[in-house]
Design a protein around this ligand. Structure first.
Ligand code: GLV
Ligand code: MN
Length: 218
């Protein structure tokens, strides 16, 4: 008997509607899978190194113990504990950043395509802002012990508005959340985004576009 298209389409549609919607990395299928970052195999994530080669140090990371250098144009230092720096995170769907700010320092507008961000301010005072897909801007001054959350994919920033340095830690529901920084994405891509796209998008003259590009060394 021939199968009509709708007899296949509707059950498949139903399955999609009732299927759970995963908002972060997939669940692990084993206790751990310490990343073999040197493997030439290409999978979603990283292949596991053999259990016989796993040691205690694969489950620990001390990269957050040292103060970072914030002497740069943004007055910012981000130290990431993600699968690339901490291979024990592979398949576990989590990572963290230590984010340090000089007075006036800025973590410039960016988004994380693969994770929601949960942050806590430990020292100083940050202005934390995010913009929704409806172009609504939410912001708040956040002090020590206070938390903020940035829904996955939304553009956000933090700026140190206190007197001294500021320190925060951010956590992500992805082993590698990714970060798309708005300004360099558009003005410092390789190869470069054509000027006529940027002049039309931002409704400015080409010299403005070139000036911004030059700030990013392009
Ligand atoms: C802060 O926005 C971070 O990405 O760590
Ligand atoms: Mn972020």
């Amino acid at each position: 008997m021939a199968t009509s298209p709708s007899s296949v389409f509707y059950p498949v549609l139903f399955l999609f509607l009732v299927a759970p919607c995963y908002a972060a990395d997939p669940d692990p299928l084993q206790d751990f899978c310490v990343a073999d970052l040197n493997s030439s195999a290409s999978v979603n994530g990283f292949p596991c190194k053999p259990s016989s080669e796993v040691t205690s140090s694969d489950f620990f990371f001390d990269g957050f113990t040292k103060e970072g250098n914030v002497s740069n144009v943004f007055g910012l230092r981000v130290t990431s504990a993600n699968v690339l720096s901490f291979p024990g995170l592979n398949t576990l769907g989590m990572s963290m950043n230590r984010v340090e700010f000089a007075p006036g320092g800025l973590n410039s507008p960016h988004s994380h395509p693969r994770a929601t961000e949960l942050g806590v301010v430990v020292q100083g005072k940050l202005l934390v802002g995010l913009v929704t897909t409806s172009n609504v801007f939410y912001s708040k001054e956040v002090g020590p012990g206070e938390l903020f959350v940035i829904p996955r994919g939304l553009v956000h920033f933090q700026r140190n508005i206190g007197e001294g340095k500021a320190l925060s830690f951010t956590a992500f529901n992805s082993q590698l959340p990714g970060a798309v920084f708005t300004a360099p994405t558009l003005f410092a891509a390789t190869p470069t985004v054509p000027n006529e796209v940027l002049t039309q998008a931002f409704q400015v003259d080409e010299n403005v576009v070139n000036q911004i590009k030059s700030k990013f060394g392009t």
